[in-house]
Write a protein that binds this ligand. Sequence first.
Ligand SMILES: [Zn+2]
Ligand SMILES: [Zn+2]
Length: 356
Amino acid sequence: MPSMLVYRGDYGQLSLEEHSHPDIGAGEVCVALDTALVCSSDLHTIFHRRTAPTPLVLGHETVSVIDRIGDGGPTTDMQGIPLRTGDRVVWAVVASCGACGTCSRGWPQKCPGALKYGHVRLSSQEKWMGGFADYQVLKPGTSILRVPEHVPSRIAATIGCSTATVCAVLEAAGDIRDKIVLINGAGQLGMQAAIMAKSGGAKQVICLEAQPQRRTDAKRMGFVTIAPESMALMLTDATAGEPIDIYLELAGHVSDFSMLMQHLGVGSTIVFAGAVFPSPALPLDMETVIRKCITIKGIHNYRPEHLVRALAFASAHCHALSEFLTFGSLLPLREHAAVVQAGESGAFHRVGFTSG
Ligand SMILES: [Zn+2]
Ligand SMILES: [Zn+2]
């Protein structure tokens, strides 16, 4: 019988449960697990740093293989490529209605009727909605993309969460060419943003990161790195005294926001995307925002077109991403205790589950 890992609200615990093979309705697609990565947000839930409805099958950084397509289900992906049984696919984390006011205003990820994979309470109606399972059932309204053969599964699995989110963040940041970009956080999100900013023509990309190993990894990829405690001393040197044009907050916390604001230039843009859990309030000096004409934006999740851009980015840069991203345990579902422990250790960008 197929298995799923269920989070029932117990600290640090998932349990392996067997259920009968999923039934699919009209327009749905049943996909079988290839690789499901454990996102930081999954760990935040498992270790009670944020709340979630339980019982729950977590996991939303997934690449799977089409098992069956229900009657009237999609025959092509978002780019018009035919979809068939056996195809490797990724999909948008949110399935939205496409018709409500929120969807039509361009925020389908915030659709009040949206279903979010890896975030839906387990019930008899909504059973196969999370990545840490042998199967998932994709609902109508899900943006699906076929993955080119040369993209490794572990890189493909990042497309539907961190890579597409970074595409939305970079879009919010505006024109990146010849800009000085400061990225707070050199984890998976931060490094994908750094690689994307550099390939998009940024003049300089600087990474702020507290973890020494992550700074070493970012340096190896050719980025200037600064520890938060050295920011006062090193930021002016790193930019040769020039102001920062774009500040991407991807870590979820800022050590000295007031000082950062001093380094921002006229017309600069701040994008907040890291704090997807309760975080301390920032000291925001309104006069500085006004006098420097600073734009501040928040980004959560992404629209379907960002998924298309994410696939194109992962496809073009899979070598650099494979070189940089560190993967710890990628094991079958039954090895969940080891995978969760390795994820929580913070020693790797991602750990995860594979079929088998
Ligand atoms: Zn995620
Ligand atoms: Zn809607």
